[in-house]
Design a protein around this ligand. Structure first.
Ligand code: THU
Length: 137
């Protein structure tokens, strides 16, 4: 998948902008995500924390679930923006793997500095994927 620098800059910018809407009063760790569909639509997400801490949802999952709820299932690019270039958690990697192991994941910080660009396959080697649930796997 050939993704240009301009496309990366655009999706990081969307994630940065979304991050301003993060609801993280407990950790104060604000996360924004921006997801691109293969048809060129964009969905953003933020982390949404809860007084019952485990009910918190991550920014990446908010973006993916929001897109799926709108009927989208094919994604090729996601950017995640945090204060310091934090990586997606294991649960979010698993949710990304459900939809596309070849999706590009861009990890950036609040200044727009890119810390890492890698695929979901690289982020989650040996992923458990939907194909394991098929009879003739
Ligand atoms: N968080 C995300 O939104 N995405 C990740 O991949 C890692 C963690 C959020 C969850 C929680 O609101 C805060 O960051 C601290 O863990």
């Amino acid at each position: 998948m050939n993704i240009t620098q301009a496309e990366i800059t655009f999706v990081v910018e969307l994630a940065k902008e979304a991050r301003r809407r993060a609801y993280a009063p407990y950790s104060n760790y604000f996360v924004g995500a921006a997801l691109r569909t293969t048809t060129g639509k964009f969905f953003t997400g933020v982390n949404i924390e809860n007084a019952a801490y485990p009910s918190t949802i991550c920014a990446e999952r908010t973006a993916i679930f929001s897109a799926v709820a709108q009927g989208e299932r094919e994604f090729d690019l996601i950017a995640v923006v945090t204060a310091n270039g934090g990586f997606p958690c294991g649960g979010c990697r698993q949710v990304m793997a459900e939809f596309n192991l070849d999706m590009t994941v861009v990890i950036a910080d609040e200044d727009g500095k890119i810390h890492q660009t890698m695929t979901v396959r690289e982020l989650l080697p040996g992923a458990f994927t939907p194909s394991f649930l098929q009879k003739n796997h």
